[in-house]
Design a protein around this ligand. Structure first.
Ligand code: AMP
Ligand code: TRP
Length: 350
């Protein structure tokens, strides 16, 4: 008997070894949002000694049009961004998704597990498709089921992401639970989203109600990891703020989206809590706070951008790293995919 409802009692993850999986689309340059919401924490998790698998999800990127030459370039640049942010290919597995065919294969199997009703609730699809849903690719619609495959292909138990990806990780849990229920197994874990830190949702520098994004038409709305020191400082100086001084406590940031965003960015860059930041700057205006933030951002980000430039000078080395990562990833993924086929009743006679 199959059921359309997600199951109430997921398989306990205690039966699975702790393992982290996360991914970023190489669909444009990396931003400060990617760094604080994802990359910085990817490196921290690796440094905590947890097994970490990180992926440049090129198959997700092509759900909207990508120029082939640019996609190749952006994938290498994103790989350089991971490494420059502290993801060490000797300690984490780092690869691009399309080099491990098992992602697409498990993605198909999960297309047959996920329900249309679940996909229809995905807010990222609604945001990206807008009023043009009819003209979007079928892949954009199926995107979250491929994401579930990415995670479950490694039996990952934890998924560090920014706030915007929470719904997709919840869908992954639903797919795992339905698969386990329908096939009377406890084969897949139900992974937890890890949404931590002061900057799980970095907002645009121009509009505190919009997420900072690589696809925003205004370059001034974001800090790119490839921006140089002058550019970083200039964008922060010009960031939208307000005329009030900083409050004494975080409650005083209520209704001040831009001010809150700048405080959160400072906190995340400095590894402080937002409360500690406002305590330090209480009463100061943006004329004081912005230059301090600009200095901090330059100090933290310009080593990353110069390391990216250095790594990008040798694209063959980046490709070699991704190829080696893909081999390591495939060695974990293959047996899990094979077992999934077997559970579902496919003949595997070679
Ligand atoms: P994407 O660039 O959409 O592939 O996102 C890659 C990762 O970066 C995901 O974990 C996102 O949640 C995270 N991310 C992207 N933009 C932001 C943002 N503005 N604030 C926090 N995290 C973000
Ligand atoms: N959907 C994610 C994003 O846009 C990228 C992604 C694809 C991902 N597969 C994943 C994130 C698996 C975490 C785990 O940000």
């Amino acid at each position: 008997m199959t059921t359309d409802a997600p199951q109430a009692t997921p398989t306990p993850n205690a039966a699975f070894k702790p393992r982290i999986f996360s991914g970023i689309q190489p669909s444009g340059g990396l931003t400060l949002g990617n760094y604080l919401g994802a990359l910085k924490r990817f490196a921290q998790k690796q440094d905590e000694g947890i097994e970490t698998i990180y992926c440049l999800v090129d198959l997700h990127a092509i759900t909207v049009w990508q120029d082939p030459e640019k996609l190749r370039q952006q994938t290498r640049e994103a790989a350089a961004g991971f490494i420059a942010s502290g993801v060490d290919p000797a300690r984490s597995i780092l690869f691009n998704q399309s080099q491990v065919g098992a992602h697409a294969e498990l993605g198909w199997l999960f297309n047959c597990v996920a329900r249309l009703g679940w996909m229809n609730r995905m807010t990222q699809f609604k945001d990206k498709a807008g009023k043009n849903a009819e003209k979007m690719s079928l892949g954009l619609y199926a995107y979250p089921s491929l994401m579930a495959a990415d995670i479950l292909l490694y039996h990952a138990t934890m998924v560090p992401v920014g706030e915007d990806q929470k719904q997709h990780v919840e869908l992954t849990r639903d797919i795992a639970a339905k698969f386990n229920h329908d096939f009377k197994t406890d084969f897949f874990p139900t992974p937890e989203p890890l949404i931590e830190g002061a900057a799980t949702r970095v907002m645009s520098l121009r509009d505190g109600t919009k997420k900072m994004s690589k696809s925003d038409p205004s370059d001034a709305s974001r800090i790119n990891l490839t921006d140089d020191a002058d550019m970083i400082a200039k964008k922060i100086r010009k960031a939208t703020s307000d005329a009030e001084p900083l409050p004494e406590s975080v409650e005083g940031l209520e209704g001040r989206a831009e001010a809150r965003n700048l405080v959160n960015i400072y906190a995340a860059l400095a590894d402080m809590s937002p409360a500690a930041v406002v305590a330090e700057y209480a009463g100061a205006g943006f004329g004081t706070f912005k230059p301090a933030l600009a200095d901090l951002a330059v100090a933290k980000l310009s080593p990353i951008s110069s390391e990216m430039t250095r790594l990008m000078a040798d694209p063959a080395e980046i490709d070699r790293v991704l190829g080696k990562g893909a081999e390591q990833a495939a060695a974990i993924a293959r047996p899990i995919l094979e077992k999934t086929y077997e559970i579902m009743g496919m003949i595997r006679s070679r």
